[in-house]
Design a binder for this molecule. Sequence first.
Ligand SMILES: Cc1cc2nc3c(=O)[nH]c(=O)nc-3n(C[C@H](O)[C@H](O)[C@H](O)COP(=O)(O)OP(=O)(O)OC[C@H]3O[C@@H](n4cnc5c(N)ncnc54)[C@H](O)[C@@H]3O)c2cc1C
Ligand SMILES: C[S@@+](CC[C@H](N)C(=O)[O-])C[C@H]1O[C@@H](n2cnc3c(N)ncnc32)[C@H](O)[C@@H]1O
Length: 709
Amino acid sequence: MPENDQINPYHITPAQLQWQDNDVPCASQFDDIYFSTNNGLKETEYVFLRHNQLAERWQLFKSDEFNSEESNSEEKPIFTIAETGFGTGLNFLAAWRLWSQTAPLSAQLHFITTEKYPLTKQDLKRALTAWPELAEWSKQLIDQYPPLIPGHHLLAFNDNRVQLHLLLGDANNSLQQLLTTDRLDVNLRQAFSVNAWFLDGFAPAKNASLWNDELYQLMARLSAPNATVATFTAVGDVRRGLTACGFDMRKAPGFGQKRDMLCGRFNSNDNTVRLSSSTPPSSHRTKGIKAPWAHTPKTPTGRTAAIIGGGLAGVTTAYALAQRGWQVTIIERDTKLAQGASGNPQGMLYTKLSPEPGVLNQFTLSSYLYALHYYRQLVSENIITQEMFDFCGVLQLTHTEKEQKLHQQLQSLFSSQSEWVQFVDRSQVSKIAGIACDYAGCWFPQAGWISPPDLCRQLANHPLIKTLTLTEAIRLERVHHQPQAQWQIHTVSEEGPTIADIVVIANSRDAKHFQQSQQLPLKSIRGQITLLPTSRETEQLKTVICHEGYLTPAINHHHSLGATFDNGDTNIEIRVEDHQRNVESLRQVQPQWLSSTINLNELEGRAGLRCTTPDYMPIVGPLHQHEQFLVDYAGLRKNAHRNIETPGSYYPGLFINVGHGSRGLTSTPICSQLLANLIDNAPPPLPRQLLQALNPARFVIRDLIRNKV
Ligand SMILES: Cc1cc2nc3c(=O)[nH]c(=O)nc-3n(C[C@H](O)[C@H](O)[C@H](O)COP(=O)(O)OP(=O)(O)OC[C@H]3O[C@@H](n4cnc5c(N)ncnc54)[C@H](O)[C@@H]3O)c2cc1C
Ligand SMILES: C[S@@+](CC[C@H](N)C(=O)[O-])C[C@H]1O[C@@H](n2cnc3c(N)ncnc32)[C@H](O)[C@@H]1O
């Protein structure tokens, strides 16, 4: 690994390409070509698509012969392919095209792929010009191609029916992040699994380190019963390695001039013996990974969902589920959606970077990059329209010594990321902002503001979403109807309880009122924004400015100036002294921007309650059974390192999505995708480290370790 990667966790070495005959990409790192322009697409179709029998398997999804063994869900077809070596994405594009031609609209394709040396966007564009017949698909891939930062990037196409999980980093490390625990017991199978493998990482002779036993072990642990595998190589070591992990392998005639290739099928019965007798490779035993408590069960069957709470968390979750075919009911106690914290007219889509390593910053970055893509997609689909947002960019001012030091550190870490973050001097800040400004800054050109109430209303317009307003949920009860158990949501309303197969608690701090979630350590932070009339100076403001607070470009001659922070205060009346605090906070930085005639008593604004957690991470995932955790993991009180193999007990079909603090616009999109994928038993869009860091059970585990419960 180049030295740089070790120093800078945000750096990944891009592919060094040479172009043979002008258009054949060749990787200098491996001295090998990605494909031949004569027949590369045909080779992909022959080796990977045909030898995994994809067309035949996907056509069955259309008929009555839908076999739930071929899917992660018993209700609908969800098919997962995993690949080593994304390269130019040719395999993905060919598989996606075939999927579009063969699978029904109700089906969902997940394509998980790993890449250690990703192509730059420019190189990707050039490489894919070789395939005009794939232009319809490659254009969409290029549009969404993420910045080159290590980790899990989710790209969603066709209304979320095709999801590309692009895992930037070494194949073994990336695939390992898809396992929910290190336990090898086959009875503890993952909720999602892989149905077909594409092994495509340059020839073993040129890239021996990729083709290793650890990889084959990981494949076995991630495979569905009867998962298939195909690879262009016929090398004996590869065949033996896969056979040793439970794959029945055979040689098949190779493509073109190549004599042989390998294909095979996972034999899950055989695997019982092989995997349970092995131990995980030492490189897998990293901190926070061996956590059987975080192993979450498969979601029970059903297709109806109830979401409690109609703010950003609830509505984005409802929309993600509706896109996946769930019938969703949003239960909201207020007169309309987004009247709680999500009710401000302009919410900032922004992030706060930090040089500190750790899950919080990893989540902050992943959620921000995903949110940029999520909202642009909604704009392109006309779901949010011109007057509801402005991606005008956000400038974070370097207005204190502390910020100056921070921005210097960030600049050295993110110097190669100018596509989405830049460090600009004072004159550039003034130019970008459209008004004179006294500081340098950190510039996020793709950020901006969105109206959360408009967003919620538009998302809830989905035909599969029904909204019940003026309906307060008071109690959740699991009832055992035939043929399967369901949830009853008892409400304060004349109509009877709502019944659903699954429930998502998304009512922010009020999650404390349900027996199942009352133990969660949720905190309230009051905040007030001020609607500040424009001054002569600020009228021309073109971007959002962040200092201690923020100032938005004006709409209807008013800026949103925010916001106060008051821990534990739960009163939401508007206060004149809070307007004063907002105004003073701006005066500290840019006094000349304020008009001399502000009458605090005449200012309007809005107050709300943020909901936050002790570690500042949201709480997202299946809801654990608190009392059972106290029993099962009692041993942690005496020995924090005790290895307790009991898997965690979770309420079947009960999920939660709360604790979005002061950045709900940024954090809710990825959390909604995470929840919807978990609910569908599909691959999660975040690595397991983050799944554990978001898991509601983390607090009781920590409290047991500290002997606090
Ligand atoms: C002053 C202020 C400024 C902010 N600025 C920004 C910003 O610029 N950018 C940003 O990203 N974030 C900002 N935030 C934070 C952001 O608003 C929150 O992170 C986000 O709104 C949280 O959404 P939520 O859905 O979790 O909560 P809420 O929006 O509070 O939604 C919870 C909903 O649940 C409903 N409910 C509660 N109990 C029940 C029940 N029992 N039954 C039925 N319904 C129930 C409530 O009525 C409410 O509608 C700000 C917050 C405040 C207070
Ligand atoms: C033959 S190319 C893949 C071609 C690709 N599937 C396509 O459709 O264009 C092999 C890819 O594997 C990647 N690779 C090599 N070693 C790797 C590793 N250890 N982990 C992840 N990717 C790796 C290379 O960088 C290269 O992009």
